[in-house]
Design a protein around this ligand. Structure first.
Ligand SMILES: NC(=O)c1ccc[n+]([C@@H]2O[C@H](COP(=O)([O-])OP(=O)(O)OC[C@H]3O[C@@H](n4cnc5c(N)ncnc54)[C@H](OP(=O)(O)O)[C@@H]3O)[C@@H](O)[C@H]2O)c1
Length: 278
C-alpha cells in the first residue's frame, strides 16, 4: 500500500514507519517537505501522490508553550488535519489522525474512564486546538480513523527519559500522584494503527492507549524499579506542581470500542518493560 506519513521525524512517526515498513511504500514528509498548514500545497502533493492512506503524525505538542501561541498551535493542530482530510477525500484515501485525552476536561471521577461519546470540554489551548483538529477531520471526510491517545513515550524526549535523567543527580524526586492515565508506548500505538489498517476496522473515533491505569507517581516507581534505580519517589498533589497548562486529573480512556474490533493492546507495564529493554 502507498502510505503518506506527515510529521515523519516525530516520536510516534518513528514507530509508525518501523511498524509499516514491510510490504508498504512509505512516503515520509517532515515540515520542510510538506507543511500541513499549507492547504494548497497539501492538496497538490496528495493529488500527485495518490496515497491509499495518510497517517498524520504532525502536531504542535508543546502543551505549556501552546498557552502563549494559540494561533500557531491552532494552525497546526486544527487547520492542518482539516487540510489533510480534504486532500484525503479528493483522492479517496483514508486519513489516520492522532488526538488526545486533553479534549476532555479531566474532571471525571477516577473510578470511571472516558468513552468516545463523552462530552468534550478542553480546558487548555493544546486541548482546544486538538479538538478543532478532530472536527476538521470529521467535517471533511468520512474515511478516517481518529485515535485519541495519552501519556505517549517512545524514541524522543519523554517522561521516562526525563525521570531516568533526574535520577542521575537526585536522591529523591517529587511526582504527582493525583493524575490518572495510561502510559502508552509509541510502538504499541503504532501497532494499533497497523492492526486497524490491516483489519480494515470500521471508520471512526477510537480511544487508543496501552491497557491499565496508573498515576505518574506509580509510573515513576515502576520505571525506577525496572531500571534498578534507588532514587526515592515522593508523591505530591497537582496543586503543589502547578504548570502553565492545567493537567487533567483523569486521562483514563476506555478502550472497549477498539478491543471489540479484535485489536490487541498490551498493558502499560508490558510496554514499559519493552521500552526499557530497547
Ligand atoms: N506526546 C504525548 O504525550 C501525546 C499525548 C496524546 C496525544 N499525542 C498526539 O500524538 C501525536 C504524535 O505526537 P508526538 O509526541 O509523536 O509528536 P512530536 O514528537 O512532537 O512530533 C510532531 C512532529 O510534527 C512536526 N510538525 C510540526 N508542525 C508541522 C507542520 N506544520 N507540518 C508538518 N509537520 C509538522 C514536528 O516537526 P518539528 O519538530 O520540526 O516542529 C514533529 O516532527 C500528535 O498528534 C500528538 O498531539 C501525543
Amino acid at each position: 500500500m502507498k502510505i503518506l506519513i506527515t510529521g515523519a521525524n516525530g516520536m510516534l512517526a518513528k514507530s509508525v514507519k518501523e511498524r509499516l515498513k514491510n510490504g508498504n511504500e512509505l512516503i515520509c514528509t517532515d515540515v520542510s517537505d510538506l507543511d500541513i498548514t499549507d492547504k494548497n500545497k497539501v492538496l497538490e502533493f496528495v493529488k500527485n501522490l495518490k496515497p491509499e492512506y495518510i497517517i498524520n503524525c504532525a502536531a504542535y505538542t508543546a502543551v505549556d508553550k501552546a498557552e502563549e501561541v494559540y494561533d500557531l498551535a491552532d494552525k497546526i493542530n486544527g487547520d492542518g488535519p482539516a487540510n489533510l482530510a480534504l486532500a484525503s477525500k479528493s483522492v479517496d484515501a483514508t486519513l489516520v489522525h492522532i488526538s488526545t485525552d486533553y479534549v476532555f476536561n479531566g474532571d471525571l471521577d477516577v473510578s470511571k474512564s472516558y468513552v468516545e461519546d463523552d462530552a468534550v470540554e478542553p480546558v487548555t489551548v493544546y486541548g482546544k486546538t486538538k479538538l478543532h483538529g478532530e472536527q476538521g477531520v470529521q467535517n471533511n471526510t468520512d474515511k478516517y480513523y481518529i485515535f485519541r491517545t495519552a501519556w505517549l513515550y517512545g524514541d524522543g524526549n519523554n517522561f521516562v527519559r526525563t525521570m531516568l535523567n533526574l535520577a542521575k543527580d537526585h536522591d529523591e524526586v517529587s511526582v504527582v500522584s493525583d493524575q490518572h492515565g495510561s502510559p502508552t508506548y509509541a510502538e504499541d500505538l503504532a501497532d494499533i494503527i497497523g492492526q486497524a489498517i490491516e483489519k480494515k476496522i470500521p471508520y471512526g473515533l477510537y480511544h487508543a492507549t496501552n491497557q491499565g491505569f496508573t498515576t505518574w507517581y506509580e509510573f515513576t516507581k515502576k520505571i525506577y524499579e525496572l531500571s534498578g534505580v534507588t532514587t526515592k519517589v515522593k508523591p505530591v498533589t497537582s496543586e503543589e506542581f502547578v504548570r502553565p497548562a492545567k493537567r487533567p486529573k483523569n486521562s483514563q480512556l476506555d478502550k472497549t470500542k477498539l478491543l471489540s474490533q479484535g485489536i490487541t493492546v498490551p498493558s502499560w507495564e508490558d510496554g514499559l518493560k519493552r521500552y526499557l529493554n530497547n
